[in-house]
Design a protein around this ligand. Structure first.
Ligand SMILES: *[C@@H]1O[C@H](CO)[C@@H](O)[C@H](O)[C@H]1NC(C)=O
Ligand SMILES: *[C@@H]1O[C@H](CO)[C@@H](O)[C@H](O)[C@H]1NC(C)=O
Ligand SMILES: *[C@@H]1O[C@H](CO)[C@@H](O)[C@H](O)[C@H]1NC(C)=O
Length: 169
């Protein structure tokens, strides 16, 4: 019996070490609300953000490598009942806001509760939104803050956050 347990422990440790090196683990990301001190940007959100995670290196800025897809996920409460949410992602280069093309019009295939529920979304429930966005080689390798926003059916800002990022080659 003891040998079986020892064997099982050795096999499990091996699997954890070997697979651990392969499985990508997300990093918890620091974020800011979409409100600037000078009041020029004031996207007061109706929802709540619990946590934002990024599959990649966010040591100083989240690194978006050209010709790869970046994968984000975040847990949030939409703040009001809504049939769907419209996602918008843009890059902030100083005062200039440049939309990232290719965002889908709907989040329903990417948003789930822990129990697997999706649209319509309910106020007071936490959902996880997970998306991969391709970083094309037309983007310049610059420091850029990413603004990510979800808009409700009533055109209210459900959630909006900014993450310090960097496009790298
Ligand atoms: C943003 O808008 C809200 C509601 O309209 C207001 O109460 C708040 O003072 C504004 N914040 C800034 C920084 O302008
Ligand atoms: C993550 O990025 C930092 C700089 O922001 C760099 O020093 C570090 O080597 C990177 N780590 C990996 C695993 O690429
Ligand atoms: C990205 O992919 C394109 C097409 O495959 C290639 O021409 C380009 O050099 C790549 N850019 C980088 C930075 O790897």
């Amino acid at each position: 019996m003891e040998r079986v347990i020892l064997f099982a422990t050795v096999v499990l440790s091996f699997l954890v070490i070997v697979l651990g090196a392969k499985i990508k683990l997300p990093t918890i990301v620091d974020w800011k609300p979409c409100i600037s001190e000078d009041g020029k940007m004031n996207e007061t959100q109706v929802g709540k953000i619990k946590q934002i995670r990024f599959y990649g290196n966010c040591t100083e800025r989240c690194q978006f490598k050209i010709n790869t897809s970046i994968e984000f996920e975040f847990d949030f409460d939409p703040g009001e009942d809504t049939d769907n949410l419209a996602p918008e992602m843009s890059g902030l280069l100083g005062p200039i806001e440049i939309p990232f093309p290719g965002m889908r019009a709907s989040v329903c295939d990417s948003v789930f509760t822990a129990e697997g529920e999706s649209c319509p979304l309910k106020k007071g429930k936490f959902y996880t939104y997970r998306r991969a966005v391709p970083i094309k080689d037309e983007y310049p390798p610059v420091f850029v803050d990413i603004k990510w926003k979800l808009i409700t059916d009533k055109k209210h800002t459900s959630i909006c956050f900014i993450v310090k990022s960097q496009i790298i080659e």
